[in-house]
Design a protein around this ligand. Structure first.
Ligand code: SAH
Length: 350
């Protein structure tokens, strides 16, 4: 079966031509698909074409399995089920400048970060390009609101699903589809260095976020096994390369975990590390501090808000811009991976 959500306008029009159909139908079909309408509702297409397509194509979108709406800030947490019953999460966040959707890139994750709920059961499979796009379309359809920004910070490691993520970037950017600009998309990685290098070569002007979480290799390796393969020096060298190729600001994520990586010396070491790595470039340095969301299985907990503010103050005083991130949707299980785990990973048969 051919996946309609996996094609750009150019590809869809070539496919239609191969069926002996006029190419202009591609634009019509994409205009429907981006609203989440199934083939059966595409009423400006001849019935014969709809039937022909239905016989050889799928138009499956992620299905809302569960939805939690924050009473505090309106953040919506979706649990989506996929064609095979596997589930992933997306989070819709409302900001003054528009809506941001945080999407998942894999079912589960194999990166093994010690504080993260998404990795506990390992990786089940990669998400398809159409499932990456489908999360955005399904969330727009359900909320009846436009999504203007996308962050790949949900379940999974996007650079461990590289080809599908790149394909998704093309699909979501297609002017006949959602037409979301690369500058409105961020990708977050735990530090898969070859992926960062490839991304630098492709020069997509997306924003790269690096989950750094420590300023020395010993601490980082203890929290993030990926650091054994690609240590901090290699990671930051790849970041510098990425900045030089794209001129896009890189943001560093730093999850503060009590007693593990949240000391004042750690803050000073972090500032020195980043300034050293980016010396000689004009890259603005930005660190997002997040107090860890406690996940029962990990035994890791957050320190005080005052401690986080102090950590930020030290970075700022040393010339590294740091902000303590506001926690959105704290009442809807917002630590990624928790809703999927609570559901047992798969949708209930129905
Ligand atoms: N694999 C990618 C994207 C998914 S994780 C990455 O590692 O960047 C998105 C962000 O949430 C990462 O910065 C990750 O380190 C962080 N994170 C994971 N579990 C967390 C938790 N329990 N509390 C706070 N942040 C967490």
């Amino acid at each position: 079966m051919i996946d309609l959500y996996a094609m750009t306008e150019e590809e869809l029009s070539a496919f239609l031509a191969s069926l002996g159909e006029p190419r202009f139908r591609a634009k019509q079909i994409l205009a429907w698909l981006k609203t989440g309408a199934p083939l059966s509702e595409m009423t400006n297409l001849p019935k014969s074409l709809r039937e022909k397509l239905a016989a050889q194509c799928t138009d499956t979108l992620p299905k809302v399995e569960k939805k939690l709406v924050s009473k505090i800030d309106g953040t919506v947490k979706y649990l989506f089920s996929l064609y095979d019953g596997q589930c992933v999460e997306s989070v819709l966040m409302r900001y003054k400048h528009g809506n941001t959707l945080c999407i998942s890139s894999q079912v589960g994750c194999r990166m093994g970060c010690r504080f993260c709920a998404s990795t506990i059961g390992g990786r089940v499979r990669d998400l398809l390009p159409s499932e990456l796009l489908g999360q955005v379309i399904a969330a727009e359809k359900d909320s009846a609101e436009r999504i203007s920004n996308i962050v790949m910070m949900g379940i999974g490691e996007p650079l461990d699903n590289y080809d599908n993520v790149i394909r998704f970037l093309h699909l979501v950017n297609d002017k006949n589809s959602l037409n979301i600009g690369y500058r409105h998309i961020s990708l977050s990685t735990c530090g898969v260095v070859p992926g960062i290098r490839r991304l630098a070569e492709e020069a997509f002007p997306i924003t790269l976020s690096i989950s750094l979480h420590a300023s020395d290799n010993e601490t980082r390796s203890a929290l993030m096994p990926v650091n054994n393969k690609w240590p901090i020096e290699e990671l930051l060298a790849a970041c510098v390369e990425y900045y030089k190729a794209t001129r896009r600001r890189i943001s560093f994520e730093y999850t503060l975990i009590a007693g593990k990586n949240d000391t004042e010396e750690g803050a000073r070491a972090l500032a020195a590390l980043l300034k050293n790595a980016f010396r000689g470039t004009d890259a603005p340095l930005h660190v997002n501090l997040i107090r860890v969301n406690a996940v029962e299985e990990t035994g890791m907990r957050a320190g005080s808000i005052e401690g986080a503010n102090r950590f930020a103050d030290i970075l700022n005083s040393l010339g590294v811009v740091a902000t303590v991130r506001r926690r959105l949707g704290s009442d809807v299980n917002a630590a990624c991976g928790q809703l999927r785990r609570a559901s047992g990973g798969k949708a209930h048969e129905n």
